[in-house]
Design a protein around this ligand. Structure first.
Ligand SMILES: [Cu+2]
Length: 125
């Protein structure tokens, strides 16, 4: 699959005066399309992205992390539900949705974070 066919979606995670957030907090994906979910932690603490019910409705091609020079640090493959992103770091999740689902929740599962607002709603059409 060529790079040109991959749709990039940015998910920023952080804290503000209202608590914690995923930005944006709504995601719409289409089955059969290739996505690169760029998970950017702008915070000073670690966060997570858990796909929960969406996990089994996508095919994860790979997860990639690079160092500050852009060199690959790791590439992970297989069925993955949850990815932790260190403070100030970015991790990329490459996947293809394979099954539809409506308004499912993706969240940070670190204790207290979801309750502080760190979640979003995703649909696959
Ligand atoms: Cu968090």
């Amino acid at each position: 699959m060529s790079r040109a066919n991959v749709t990039e979606v940015r998910l920023e995670m952080g804290s503000n005066d209202n608590g914690m957030y995923f930005k944006p907090n709504k995601f719409n994906f289409e089955t059969g399309k290739a996505y690169k979910l760029v998970m950017v932690n702008v915070d000073e603490i670690k966060h997570e992205v858990a796909l929960n019910e969406m996990t089994e409705r996508i095919f994860t091609r790979k997860i990639e992390a690079k160092d500050k020079d852009g060199n690959l640090v790791t590439e992970v493959k297989g069925l993955i539900n949850e990815v932790e992103i260190g403070p100030g770091k970015t991790v990329e999740w490459f996947f293809v949705p394979v099954q539809t689902i409506e308004n499912t929740e993706i969240s940070c599962e670190i204790p207290g974070h979801r309750e502080a607002g760190m979640f979003g709603v995703a649909s696959i059409n």
